[in-house]
Design a protein around this ligand. Sequence first.
Ligand SMILES: *[C@@H]1O[C@H](CO)[C@@H](O)[C@H](O)[C@H]1NC(C)=O
Ligand SMILES: *[C@@H]1O[C@H](CO)[C@@H](O)[C@H](O)[C@H]1NC(C)=O
Ligand SMILES: *[C@@H]1O[C@H](CO)[C@@H](O)[C@H](O)[C@H]1NC(C)=O
Ligand SMILES: *[C@@H]1O[C@H](CO)[C@@H](O)[C@H](O)[C@H]1NC(C)=O
Ligand SMILES: *[C@@H]1O[C@H](CO)[C@@H](O)[C@H](O)[C@H]1NC(C)=O
Length: 303
Amino acid sequence: MLFKVFIMSKWWVIIVIFFYLFVSSRAENMNESSSPGSLDAELQNLAFEALNRPLTGKLYKVAIPASLSGIEASVVRLRSGSFWFRGVNYSHIEIPSRVVPTPFVQRFAIVYQNLGSQSSSYYKVPGYSMSTPVLGFAAYDATNLSSKGVAKLNLTTTRNRILIRFPRAMLPSPEGLNSSFKCVSFDAGMLHFSEMAMPNVCATRSQGHFCIVAPIREVKKRKDQRLWKWLGIGFAFGFAGLVIGGLVGGIIFKFMKRRRIKEMEKQAEESEALGTVWIGTSKMPSARVIRTQPVLEHGEVPQ
Ligand SMILES: *[C@@H]1O[C@H](CO)[C@@H](O)[C@H](O)[C@H]1NC(C)=O
Ligand SMILES: *[C@@H]1O[C@H](CO)[C@@H](O)[C@H](O)[C@H]1NC(C)=O
Ligand SMILES: *[C@@H]1O[C@H](CO)[C@@H](O)[C@H](O)[C@H]1NC(C)=O
Ligand SMILES: *[C@@H]1O[C@H](CO)[C@@H](O)[C@H](O)[C@H]1NC(C)=O
Ligand SMILES: *[C@@H]1O[C@H](CO)[C@@H](O)[C@H](O)[C@H]1NC(C)=O
């Protein structure tokens, strides 16, 4: 009996391990993308460290820690007045004249981001593949560089649009991108799609993060993948059901077998009694077979 319980517990361990592997492999697939908001804050902090006695209008490269490798950032400090007249054209972001940072401050800084190889771990565009790295920019109050809290500003433009010029080096093909590609801007988890303003150029009226995307054509392939996923789940449950069914069946079979052995023992005893009566008849050998069989089976099952 103890032996039987041991066998059964081993089966349960196998089932538990199987389900654990199944569930954990699913959990691994659901890797949450890193938070863009916290990245913005971290890059802003690093950028303001780079602004130590800065020259107005000069672009400074931001030192990026190893934990953010693959990402590039730069920063420029500007006077609102001259910015209004001239605009600024740095880091693939062309901001025209007549753009105002709001609320109004004397001096402000623009932090430029190029998420490079990390783009897809911070931003996702379901149904599209990202053809370029994500480029972003944001304005911050830089009137007092030693102040602790840094206020984020809005850059608002009503006339000329801000252009994001994706350089050739970022494009998947050297000829540039045709009309099947789209611009996407990311705004607090929302995606805004628009046509390219010019080849390889996206246009915007506010700061944010931008990327050029291409629709994924193989919709059928994705459906197939989903089908395979469900088949996999079905198989897993089917397999578990089979194991449990087998286990229950085995127990029932053993129980029945033992009952039959008991019955046969009883029968053998009876036939033995009868056998003595039947001495000399042709039924003698078959009676002996019946008698020896339960003894062998009985030896296999420890009581
Ligand atoms: C999962 O997310 C972490 C950051 O949270 C990242 O370092 C890792 O590369 C991601 N893994 C996959 C498979 O996406
Ligand atoms: C901005 O700079 C890019 C290259 O850095 C250049 O191609 C573009 O003409 C510039 N735009 C203006 C308005 O100067
Ligand atoms: C700048 O901020 C620091 C720290 O908050 C403060 O001590 C200092 O007075 C501020 N300077 C000006 C000019 O407001
Ligand atoms: C910036 O603009 C957004 C909407 O475009 C608005 O919700 C937010 O209050 C604005 N912030 C400032 C400081 O003006
Ligand atoms: C756009 O370019 C891709 C390859 O880069 C090509 O497969 C596709 O047919 C082109 N679409 C148009 C409308 O030219």
